[in-house]
Design a protein around this ligand. Sequence first.
Ligand code: KG4
Ligand code: ZN
Length: 357
Amino acid sequence: MNKKALILGIETSCDETAAAILEESAESVPNLLSNIVSSQEEIHKKFGGVVPELAARSHIDKIDLIVNRALKKSGRKLKDIDAIAVTGGPGLIVCLSVGLNFAKALAMTLKKPLIVVNHLEGHALSPKLVTNLSYPYLLLLISGGHSQYLAVKNLGKYKRLGTTIDDALGEAFDKTAKLLGIKFPGGPFIEKFAAQGNKDRFDLPKPIINKGGCNLSFAGLKTAVLTISKSIKNNQDKHDLAASFQKTIEEILVKKTKIAFDQFKKISQTKNNFFVIAGGVAANNKIRGKLEKVSFEENFIPIFPPLNLCGDNAAMIAMVGLEKFKLKQFSKLDTPANPRWQLDKSAVFLKGAGVKL
Ligand code: KG4
Ligand code: ZN
């Protein structure tokens, strides 16, 4: 191998300012030299959710510092970078613009290629930072803004098999946490909270469980949690509700995953049926356990990114950047941010009243 490609990754699509340096390697996985993530939790917690304007301001304040920290930790110099990979969407436009403009300026100054990356493709490829994973594979992407089953046919080639028709799973976790009085961002704490509860106490709905293929729906479940939360009297009730919610989600995902397995097998000829579970909610240990079990039962090989790479980070953006760099898939310097960038461009919009499943 000649000079090993060195990629700077930048991520600012929501409330994490992140930068990473990734180096190509002759080994099966590339060398992650640094991966810096600065969370804005403190800024948004008093509002109970992400405030776009404040998020964008914070990205502007920190982006220089975070990129410099990533460089310093990697032991490499700016002049050694071969390409700049940056999230171009989906996400909050004011936030995306900060990273994108920073990356464009850097690319122009250094005279190095710009690679605009889909944030969801970052999650999709995140296990490649630690595992030798070949295409095609089935992906369940469960994050704060998205919940989808996708067949990943190749780099940039996706077929959506199912999606949420209303809320994203991470959103359902966050809203449930809020109703239970768990401080923002509460989603990650539901599982811990649920550990002291009785999972069979409340019988919660599983919307579209017996129809709609592997499409998902969480709005009815959220409404049920809201209704029950109003009659909650003590802490034990809260733990029981959290446990019942967690159990219901696990059951929904196991059932829908089996359907996705069947659909994937019909369209993909591969001897290794890899099943990647990525995105923030993939950090949930009980969900990991249940999906691991159903995978082995159904002859799929489950692959989870390590916990520190489940949430938003720039290492995953650099990973996509490296694959695109090798194929010389560079972006124009006037590429706009794309807040609604879909992985499967042919997939129909499936949200709102009147959706036919
Ligand atoms: O992928 P991510 O960091 O950001 C987006 O691209 O949305 O996902 C964030 C989401 C949040 O909704 C958060 O509550 C959820 O992932 N999350 C979890 C856990 N850790 C993060 N949900 C359930 N259990 C967890 N352990
Ligand atoms: Zn994400």
